[in-house]
Design a protein around this ligand. Sequence first.
Ligand code: C2E
Ligand code: CA
Ligand code: CA
Length: 564
Amino acid sequence: MSKNNNIIRQIRRTILIVEDEFINTEILSEILSDSYELLTAENGKEALDVVKTALTPISLILLDINMPVMGGLEFLKIIKADEKYKRIPVIVLTSEKQSELDALELGAADFITKPYDLPEVVIARVRRSIELSEDRMIIQAAERDELTDTYNKHVFIEYASKIDLYHPDDETDVVVVGVDKLNLYNELYGRDAGDYALRSLADILKEIVRKHNGIVGRLRSEYFVLYTNRISNYSELMSEIDKELIEKYNVNNLRFHLGIYQVDSKEESVDKRIDLAKQVCDEVRNSNKEKYHIFDQEAQKKQLFKERLVREVKRAIEEKQFQVYYQPKVNISGNKFVLSSAEALIRWIHPELGFISPGVFIPIFEENGAIRLVDRFVWKEAAMQVKKWKEKYGYTIPISVNISRIDMFDKNLVNHIREIIDEVGISVKDLYLEITESAYNNEIDQAVAIVEKFKEEGFTVEIDDFGSGYSSLNTISILPFDVLKLDMKFVKEMFKNDKTFKMVGIVADIAKYLKVNLVAEGVETREQVVALQSMGYNIIQGYYFSKPVPAKEFELLIEKGFGK
Ligand code: C2E
Ligand code: CA
Ligand code: CA
């Protein structure tokens, strides 16, 4: 034991004997007076007075059960409910089994049966109870945050893990309570007021976990953490805390947020769960919208998935997990359908996750810029494919590549594509550039500048997904493009909705008027082909002719022709 503890043990402790029968008090005094200071009371009521007025702290209470005025059990109940006295150990003096049980349930530390055991036994039990309670107090002093009397993080984790161990099936929440701008609060209202506010908040939290079988800890100055049984209504809880702060503690300006980790699986360590709850707490605090937020496991999974994909991009390119597929664009303006060009579409065949659709990974890569690596890879592959087919078949099959919205911010974009063309040894006429309509929405001036530069270089520019954006007409009125590629959804809907059908026709008229080429994509049926043909669409892309396929399969299409 620590030095500290030894010093405490050398002091003469005070014991309160509560007993109505004089003879019993006498016997106990006889046994204990050599080692202890003794106080006495004849019933519970008197004992309460003694406890409250005693000048020295009372180290132990020896308590009879059957007494007039106020019995032992009632006294015990009062003492144990009182924050100030509940830590005083109580040994119950009794001869009835049922009272022993009741007393233990009420928090008695031990009991001594009447008639009394040998004096040595009584002394030993008394000493042991006092030692245990003092050890506990010392441990508690080290375990607890001094200001708010809550557990420190280390101990909190320990206890929370115990709760998991003994109640593995309980539904539990980790709640991090983050006080906003505590420093500012201290500066504005003074350090004492800040301390008072934190203590008040801690008291309210303790009361809450008491109701939900939980514990409270303090992580760092402005964070508390709760581990509690599942709380079903957090907005109610939030208002309850606010109300208590104001009405009971008169703390008016303390703002706080809650981050909640509410997942039943206990696979994550308590430590990790606290981290996640704290992360959520910081997020809501910064978002300034909600007051609390519950950790979203699905969102977390998605986030981890995203992070994984982004992390693996470089290696995936190196290891050739990405493959470029080609989808034919077929010219239907003449009697015979002929291959006009192809669109390069990327595929990710992941060694563990299998096939990942570009609809999944492209938006992720656009979020963080990784798309630039991927697109460069595709452009180069496509350029080399043009060259290979030219060598093999003796004529050029131009390939469209997709330019992402993000690529448009790259000042070097035009030069870079130019370099690929030169390096591979094809012509600017052989690589078409599909720029999605939404790419023009925000930075219209920059987009115009880039498209103009592409045009100067001699490239063919296609507006992809035409009609999907908010300013389609604006786009076509200021951009110098060559091809209008109608967004797929129009073709999909054209026979379901009269207005859409008319729109498809109007777009064809616009293209005619502007003298630009027209492409319809997502074409799957003969009916669509016939209608589009009659409206003046000359180039068709879609499953009707072929899905995007690997280069080798594409060659079969070339060789067999498109004479559907
Ligand atoms: P997108 O550029 O509009 O490409 C057309 C999409 O429609 C492709 O989907 C294609 O497989 C699909 N498609 C073609 N014909 C039909 C059809 O008849 N019916 C239906 N339902 N779908 C058809 P995919 O390959 O999954 O690509 C999705 C999107 O991902 C592309 O839309 C494009 O925005 C993006 N993407 C694909 N590859 C690349 C790339 O290398 N770079 C960039 N930046 N984006 C790419
Ligand atoms: Ca495209
Ligand atoms: Ca498209």
